[in-house]
Design a protein around this ligand. Structure first.
Ligand code: C5P
Length: 228
């Protein structure tokens, strides 16, 4: 069967990665979480004191250090789970904290960061057989992807899901903080100059506000079958 590229874009915390990961596993494709790459760059900036007190970023310093930031996706030998690695260290948990979430969108507005991430993402999709989720996969990274999905859900519902998930992981967060973070990221992601978050004209729209994970999974599989 011919291999295709599947681009899944959409708003923060709308369950894109769960859907994308499940589908990739079922159809034997590679799964790439492009948001994890922007998160890893953000974590690096936090670790290296590149944020000023007002939350702005020291752009020149980051530009010079981009070549020292190596991101990869590997199987963690201890847990046998796929994980995001930053300069050889598993940072899968660290990149999901609210601190990283609240600094990532400004980093993702920077042209030189996006250029480098997109270059790496396109290289990962060279052989096709890939499911990638993010904000600009169907519009900028793989504009010719054979299957494009754009996922959305109300901000309230997304915040409830995220709150539950972080609480279960033992993170000390408030619902209001998460809702604000989601709304802020929606605003920054949609209004940035380079590759703003928007639905590609040829993407299928999925509002999963009132769908179960099983229902979404089935819907996505159906779209994959139609596309191949
Ligand atoms: O998908 P996730 O919420 O983990 O992504 C974190 C952030 O990275 C997003 O809020 C967005 O600012 C940025 N991002 C992006 N382009 C992508 C994926 C993520 O700008 N393709």
């Amino acid at each position: 069967m011919k291999k295709i590229i599947i681009a899944i874009d959409g708003f923060s915390s709308c369950g894109k990665s769960t859907m994308a990961k499940d589908l990739a596993k079922e159809i034997g494709y590679i799964y790439i979480d492009s948001g994890a790459m922007y998160r890893a760059v953000t974590l690096y900036c936090l670790q290296h004191g590149m944020f000023n007190a007002d939350g702005s970023i020291q752009e020149e310093t980051l530009k010079q250090q981009m070549k020292d930031i190596h991101i990869s996706f590997q199987l963690d030998p201890a847990s046998q789970r796929p994980a995001t690695y930053l300069n050889g260290k598993n940072v899968e948990e660290e990149i999901r904290t609210i601190e990283v979430s609240s600094h990532v969108s400004p980093i993702a507005t920077l042209g030189f960061v996006r250029e480098e991430m997109v270059r790496q993402q396109q290289a990962m999709g060279k052989e096709k057989g890939i499911v990638m989720d993010g904000r600009d996969i169907g519009t900028a990274v793989f504009p010719h992807a054979e299957l494009k999905i754009f996922v959305t859900a109300s901000a309230q519902i997304r915040a409830e899901r995220r709150y539950k998930e972080l609480k279960e992981k033992g993170q000390d967060v408030s619902f209001e903080e998460i809702l604000k973070n989601i709304e802020d990221r929606d605003r920054i992601d949609q209004s940035r100059e380079i590759s703003p978050l928007r639905k590609a004209d040829d993407a299928l729209l999925l509002d999963n506000s009132h769908m179960s994970i099983a229902e979404q999974k089935e819907w996505l599989k159906e779209q994959f079958n139609k596309a191949t």
